[in-house]
Every structure is written in structure tokens, then in C-alpha cells.
Design a protein. Structure first.
Length: 198
């Protein structure tokens, strides 16, 4: 399969790229490098990525920065920028990508447990994650040509210990659990699902 991994230079993206390249043709996309540069908040950049890559079988997105900070100091612009990164950027990938993906292909987006278990400092991520999940469920019933869409929703991952203190009581998701959550979406038959790899 020809798989685009957006966010390929990040912690999750690097792991998935290494895991899947043994069996598939992986195109690494990122705002900071990889095989192709893309800014998912910029429509022209997303369109150019798809034109450069050509027809593909699956897209995985592990990118989507949101705003982290206390509620009392968050500005409307902070909140808007966070939604642009985590929610609108991923929506862009699907709305534009549906015209380039092969029939029976799949999109897999990234969300997180914050959508239903908020913690202090992450209100923006909670809102964005909830939007991503609702989008996935709605898009699944309208995508044509057998195209599937799911989201993977981990809690804090073991390779990001800098966030452990914010997620008290949560057992970190292992990189293998994360990988198999994405495998279920990309290589399985599900659509419209929020896959929790824990």
C-alpha cells in the first residue's frame, strides 16, 4: 500500500513510519521535513502535497498542535489557533484528500482521551478532539467509493514523559498499543470509529 503519514517527524509519526515501511510504501510528510513538506492549516499546501504524491491508499495523521495553557490566560486567538491546528487541519486533509485517494482507501486521524476526560491546561485540546471525533462519525456516512475514516484516541503515550504529570492515574499507552490502534484503522474494515488503543 502507498501510505502518507502526516506528522512523520513527530514521536508517533516516526514510530509508525518505521513500523509500516517494512511492508508498505511510506511517504513521510511534515511541516519540518520528511519526504514532503506540508502545513495542514494551509489549503494550498495540502493540495500541493496531494498533487505531488498522486493517488494513494491510506493517509495517517499524527499531527495537529493545540494550545496548552491555563484557562485564565487563554485568549480567543490562542483557542482559535489551537482549533486550526488540531481540528481544521485534519479536516482539510480529508476534504481535499477525498479527491485523490484510491477507491476503498482510508483516512486515520488523531484525537485523544481528552475529548471525554479533560484535565487542566488542555481545554483547547479537549474541544479540538471532540470536533475531530464528531467529524469522523459524520464523514464516514458520506464518503464515497468505499473510502473509510477512523480516529485513534490514545491517552498520554509512553514516549512523551513530559506530559505524565498532567495525566495522573492514566497508564501510558505503549508504542505497540498505539501502533496496533493505527493498524486496526488502516488495515481493518471499520469506519466511523474512535479506536482507543488501551
Amino acid at each position: 500500500m502507498k501510505i502518507i503519514i502526516v506528522g512523520a517527524t513527530g514521536t508517533m509519526g516516526k514510530h509508525l513510519s518505521s513500523a509500516f515501511e517494512k511492508e508498505h510504501d511510506i511517504i513521510r510528510a511534515s511541516s519540518k521535513g520528511g519526504d514532503i513538506r506540508v502545513d495542514i492549516t494551509n489549503l494550498e499546501s495540502v493540495e500541493e502535497m496531494y498533487k505531488t504524491v498522486g493517488p494513494f491508499d491510506a493517509l495517517i495523521c499524527t499531527a495537529g498542535p493545540s494550545h496548552i495553557g491555563p484557562w485564565s490566560k487563554m485568549s480567543p486567538l490562542d483557542f482559535k489557533n489551537g482549533l486550526e491546528g488540531k481540528l481544521i487541519g485534519q479536516v482539510n486533509l480529508v476534504l481535499i484528500g477525498q479527491h485523490y485517494i484510491n477507491p476503498k482507501g482510508s483516512f486515520t486521524l488523531i484525537t485523544g482521551a481528552l475529548s471525554h476526560e479533560p484535565v487542566p491546561m488542555f481545554a483547547n485540546a479537549s474541544a479540538a478532539n471532540g470536533g475531530v471525533e464528531s467529524f469522523v462519525r459524520a464523514a464516514a456516512i458520506e464518503l464515497e467509493k468505499g473510502i473509510r475514516i477512523n480516529a485513534v484516541s490514545p491517552t498520554v503515550i509512553e514516549a512523551s514523559p513530559q506530559y505524565f504529570a498532567y495525566f495522573q492515574g492514566d497508564i501510558p499507552v505503549t508504542m505497540q498499543q498505539l501502533e496496533y490502534g493505527f493498524r486496526k484503522s488502516v488495515f481493518g474494515a471499520n469506519t466511523g470509529q474512535i479506536i482507543k488503543p488501551y
